[in-house]
Design a protein around this ligand. Structure first.
Ligand SMILES: *[C@@H]1O[C@H](CO)[C@@H](O)[C@H](O)[C@H]1NC(C)=O
Ligand SMILES: *[C@@H]1O[C@H](CO)[C@@H](O)[C@H](O)[C@H]1NC(C)=O
Ligand SMILES: *[C@@H]1O[C@H](CO)[C@@H](O)[C@H](O)[C@H]1NC(C)=O
Ligand SMILES: *[C@@H]1O[C@H](CO)[C@@H](O)[C@H](O)[C@H]1NC(C)=O
Ligand SMILES: *[C@@H]1O[C@H](CO)[C@@H](O)[C@H](O)[C@H]1NC(C)=O
Ligand SMILES: *[C@@H]1O[C@H](CO)[C@@H](O)[C@H](O)[C@H]1NC(C)=O
Ligand SMILES: *[C@@H]1O[C@H](CO)[C@@H](O)[C@H](O)[C@H]1NC(C)=O
Ligand SMILES: *[C@@H]1O[C@H](CO)[C@@H](O)[C@H](O)[C@H]1NC(C)=O
Ligand SMILES: *[C@@H]1O[C@H](CO)[C@@H](O)[C@H](O)[C@H]1NC(C)=O
Ligand SMILES: *[C@@H]1O[C@H](CO)[C@@H](O)[C@H](O)[C@H]1NC(C)=O
Ligand SMILES: *[C@@H]1O[C@H](CO)[C@@H](O)[C@H](O)[C@H]1NC(C)=O
Ligand SMILES: *[C@@H]1O[C@H](CO)[C@@H](O)[C@H](O)[C@H]1NC(C)=O
Length: 856
């Protein structure tokens, strides 16, 4: 029974919140006091060892019940004496085995597998019984999640994981930076070693345990050999120590040529050939040294022969021989090797060869080796054949190596997808991939059933989520991005769950039980992927971001003309990758027959993957009846339009959630609304320019409310030809003539007198904080400083955007600021004074004078 929302007054709205507690806030619920009678008054945790997850479960239950209901519980650690439970109401939490030993067998508990648990709230004693200690803690978090959502229904059920591997990967570098991290510095590393203060690492483990993640690979896949020094292994052991009470294990990424690198305290060999005996001995010693310190060490993650990394191919050995170098020494300890399938040669791919295709690489490399990997090797496969794009088909490799263990690599952080500065709830994308039926042997072969090991009857398999949390209080850089971390854990445990249900549980736990808030966040989140796809790259052309620089803003040109292989093959008439067997790269043929045939034929390829599989003219008519080019135009406008509605939606939550998080997120939604217009204009203008085909709706290239900065009267400003050209309206911006003296741009406003919103598009570059003053007939409308950059480690710095910064006037730095309800009189002079700073010459693109509700 849900508790009616009567007593909202005590819902803690006034408490300042910074996001650090994530979804484990244990916020007081309305009507809490009414429940005191029916809640347990004691917790019996069947283990008195402080490093046991069962002990942690006891602590969490006490903390949660106190915080949610204001009710204190006594906690008893260790089993209650004399073989029977206390006479008062209690939560009994422990392993099933410990329970049976103390109080005798329970007959109604179904079979539990590794990490599973039994939860019963029936009767005087709530039972939370795990198959092991970690599973016990999962059960405690499940019970607390129910309570925190006001759900006091009587339940009795068992829950078991779908897959044994539920890991996060952290791309943390040892200097404390994080590759594709957008939330400050590492919680694990600094200055080449492990940080002394592991408080945040422990808090992270707590969040992860609550979503049933069982291991973390703490360092970047682009690994550093010095991690293996004895001193750093001691540091890893400290991380393992703070993780252990949460049932989370430590794993690490390895640098393949470590034996031939300079690692303090270790022999340096002249080779890293995987078949060389001294190399084997070297890795054997590393593995031994790790397990001496960390007996429950999870295993290794290996990125080899990928993007310039060394690997077995360096010695003409197979990838399987490379994996064996690690799986053999791990075997006696029960450790596993996650071997990444992200192997491709980025140097020799040649776009002039119509059949060349990076997407083919994983299957080309791994299919011939199927059956050659040891049982404790798991092939870790990115969800799509390229790289975390906004839309990709499921990787065919899942279906092509039935004799190997596999795991799916998903990305929680938002490389390619807005870097936590654009709202993007990824779970619907993951779900679409997990629910893809690859039809191996013409039988149901869902990706989720392959990676769980069920489809091909494999012992290992599961999920790796690239998380990249940082020191920022929000963990990922934005409050709403945390739904992705939460959803990752939930889907890894049970991929059949509904992504809206998951999102709504997260929203209740993170924000409030208020249904209007839940509805609003649901709508925004569920629209976020389609919106981003629409304004970044639709029809399967991929995220048209700058792949040569920051993977953030628009730059479609960067996809082609290089050997990275994320090609669009766009020319003046046509676009798309021909991945057919009949005339193209043959990629479609890597799928089992039924799926291969579907993608081979334009008629059966879904529109949203059309340009992924086929090269067509811009005039090609889609199933929707619209041409490819017109659909580009239409969807980019639609996507940017949707992004504007997120601001309105979020605004409606004022007062319904705490001001602190509301203000933080509003800032991001306003930013996204502006940057989505940058994306829209860049992509539509790029293809308009390339194809010469006009937009039937007359929008592209025609902006009636804009005043181009270059057309204003300039004093101390000069014209600047922007690169890529499409990152500026009319391809042109203005910059100050000197980088020390202010410039002025002014113009007479030829608009009817009235009230308008005035938007200014400018560029916020790295390396400077220019200052701008906007005035109308000498009355200041607003002033601002261009420095929304991360001030890493500086808690007092102003609000920041954590996306990768750009040193240029381009699509990454392009940004908009809007002043609402400005009264103008026809003929007024609009003036912007820009004062440069450092390397940033106060760049300006245009001003939009917008009637209320207008978007341009
Ligand atoms: C209690 O916890 C410790 C540490 O995790 C573990 O070694 C021990 O086996 C546990 N005891 C029981 C009875 O589960
Ligand atoms: C309460 O939680 C149980 C167990 O998770 C679930 O089955 C049930 O649907 C929930 N009830 C409500 C009203 O959310
Ligand atoms: C590896 O770490 C060492 C010590 O911190 C550092 O000097 C070196 O530059 C790093 N190597 C790479 C490739 O990052
Ligand atoms: C350790 O880190 C936590 C969280 O960042 C902080 O609150 C605490 O003050 C730090 N402790 C010390 C001794 O620096
Ligand atoms: C591995 O350790 C053993 C025993 O400590 C030592 O004899 C051997 O030389 C080491 N191997 C390498 C390659 O350093
Ligand atoms: C690499 O191995 C292949 C197959 O074992 C062999 O044909 C080829 O000659 C080898 N190349 C080199 C450079 O050793
Ligand atoms: C077939 O491939 C050629 C390049 O080899 C390409 O120019 C042509 O457009 C393709 N034909 C079709 C029907 O896709
Ligand atoms: C695609 O456009 C080219 C160039 O205009 C034209 O020659 C060709 O016939 C068109 N192909 C189709 C299938 O319309
Ligand atoms: C567009 O930019 C060019 C210079 O690149 C300039 O001559 C022209 O006036 C601009 N058009 C508008 C409408 O501002
Ligand atoms: C932190 O940022 C504020 C505001 O930008 C600045 O005044 C202060 O000097 C910075 N502190 C440090 C230690 O960098
Ligand atoms: C964390 O992110 C918030 C929200 O963007 C920002 O205001 C704050 O400055 C960031 N803090 C750190 C330490 O990076
Ligand atoms: C002025 O700008 C130029 C070009 O961006 C740069 O090289 C130079 O260092 C800047 N000067 C100062 C004082 O920042």
């Amino acid at each position: 029974m849900l508790i009616p929302l009567l007593l909202l007054a005590c819902s803690g709205l006034t408490t300042a919140e910074n996001g650090l507690a994530g979804w484990l806030r244990y916020a007081p619920i309305p009507g809490a006091a009414h429940h005191h009678g029916s809640l347990p008054s004691h917790v019996v945790a069947l283990n008195d060892s402080t490093i046991s997850p069962v002990y942690t479960a006891g602590q969490e239950l006490e903390r949660g019940i106190r915080s949610i209901f204001g009710k204190s519980c006594n906690v008893h650690y260790g089993h209650f004496p004399h073989g029977h439970l206390p006479g008062f109401s209690s939560v009994v939490v422990g392993t099933l085995e410990a329970y049976s030993d103390a109080y005798g067998d329970l007959t109604d508990v179904p079979e539990l597998i590794e990490g599973g648990f039994w939860l019963s709230t029936k009767g005087q004693h709530v039972q939370i019984l795990g198959q092991n200690e970690r599973g016990t803690l999962y059960g405690a978090f499940e019970y607390l999640s129910m309570l925190a959502q006001g759900n006091t229904t009587e339940v009795a059920y068992a829950a078991n994981p779908d897959a044994p591997i539920r890991w996060t990967n952290e791309w943390d570098n040892m200097d404390g930076s994080i590759e594709r991290g957008f939330a400050g510095e590492s919680i694990f590393f600094a200055d080449g070693g492990i940080v002394g203060n592991l408080t945040r690492a422990a808090e992270y483990a707590r969040l992860l345990a609550s979503i049933r993640i069982n291991a973390v690979v703490v360092n970047n896949v682009n690994a550093n050999a010095t991690l293996l020094s004895p001193q750093n292994l001691d540091g890893l052991a400290r991380i393992a120590d703070v993780f252990r009470p949460y049932g989370v294990q430590v794993g690490i990424s390895l640098y393949f040529s470590s034996p031939a690198s300079a690692v303090p305290g270790r022999a340096s060999l002249t080779t890293f050939d995987p078949l060389d005996d001294t190399v084997k001995s070297w890795w054997g010693n590393v593995t031994r040294d790790i397990y001496q310190r960390i007996p429950d060490f999870a295993g290794y993650l290996v990125k080899a022969n990928s993007e310039g990394q060394p690997g077995p191919l360096t010695y003409n050995r197979t990838l399987a021989e490379g994996a064996a170098l690690f799986s053999k020494p791990l075997q006696p300890y029960g450790g596993i090797v996650m071997f990444r399938a992200f192997v491709y040669d980025y140097q020799t791919l040649n776009e002039s060869d119509w059949t060349a295709d990076r997407a083919n690489a994983a299957v080309d490399y791994f299919r011939p080796l199927d059956g050659e990997f040891d049982n404790n090797v798991v092939i870790q496969i990115k969800y799509g054949p390229i790289d975390f794009q906004v839309r990709e088909p499921a990787s065919p490799l899942f279906a092509d190596i039935p004799n190997s263990n596999t795991a799916i690599e998903l990305q929680i952080t938002q490389e390619y997808l807005g870097q936590q500065c654009h709202l993007l709830y990824w779970a619907p994308l993951w779900k679409e991939i997990l629910d893809t039926d690859l039809r191996a042997d013409n039988k149901a072969s869902y990706v989720k059933d392959i990676v769980s090991g069920q489809r091909f009857n494999k012992p290992l398999g599961g999920y790796a989520g690239v998380s990249n949390v940082g020191m920022n209080d929000t963990w990922l850089g934005s409050h709403l991005s945390m739904s992705n971390l939460y959803a990752f854990g939930r889907l890894a445990w049970n991929p059949s769950q509904d992504v809206v249900d998951i999102l709504q549980d997260w929203t209740r736990l993170t924000f409030t039980l208020d249904t209007s808030v839940i509805d609003t966040i649901t709508q925004m989140s569920m629209e976020s992927w389609p919106a981003y796809e629409n304004y970044s790259g639709n029809l399967g052309i991929q995220t048209l971001t700058d792949i040569l620089y920051t993977h953030y803003g628009p730059n479609p040109q960067s996809q082609d003309g290089n050997s990275w292989g994320q090609w669009t093959r766009a020319d003046g008439f046509s676009i798309g990758m021909d991945r057919t067997v009949s005339n193209g790269t043959g990629f479609a043929g890597q799928y089992p027959d039924e799926v291969a045939q579907m993608y081979e034929d334009i008629a059966t390829t879904p529109d949203n993957l059309l340009l992924w599989f086929h090269h067509v003219n811009y005039t090609h008519v889609l199933k929707s009846g619209v041409s490819v080019i017109q659909d580009f135009y239409d969807q980019h406008y639609a996507g940017a339009q949707t992004a504007q509605t997120f601001v309105t939606a979020w605004n409606s939550l004022k007062g319904k959630i705490d001001d602190e998080r509301w203000t933080d997120q509003l800032f991001r939604q306003v930013y996204q609304a502006g940057h989505s217009i940058v994306w829209r204009d860049a992509i539509t203008n790029f293809y308009h320019n390339l194809s010469g085909i006009p937009d039937e709706a007359g929008r592209v290239g025609n902006y009636p409310s804009r005043i181009e900065a270059e057309s204003m009267t300039l004093d101390g400003y000069k014209l600047y030809e922007v690169s890529p050209f499409e990152a500026a309206s009319n391809y042109t911006a203005i910059v100050t003539s000197s980088n020390t003296t202010a410039g002025t741009a002014s113009t007479a406003l030829d608009y009817d007198s009235g009230t308008y919103d005035i938007a200014v598009n400018y560029y916020d570059m790295d390396g400077g904080a220019s200052h701008y003053v906007l005035s109308i007939s000498d009355e200041v409308v607003g002033e601002w400083t261009s420095n929304f950059k991360p001030h890493i480690g500086n808690q007092t710095a102003p609000r920041v955007l954590g996306h990768a910064q750009s040193s240029y006037v381009d699509g990454h730095s392009a940004i908009r600021i809007t002043f609402s309800d400005v009264t103008i009189v026809k003929g007024d002079t609009l003036k912007i004074v820009g004062t440069p700073d450092g390397n940033e010459p106060a760049p300006l693109d245009y001003v939009s004078v917008l009637k209320p509700g207008m978007i341009d």
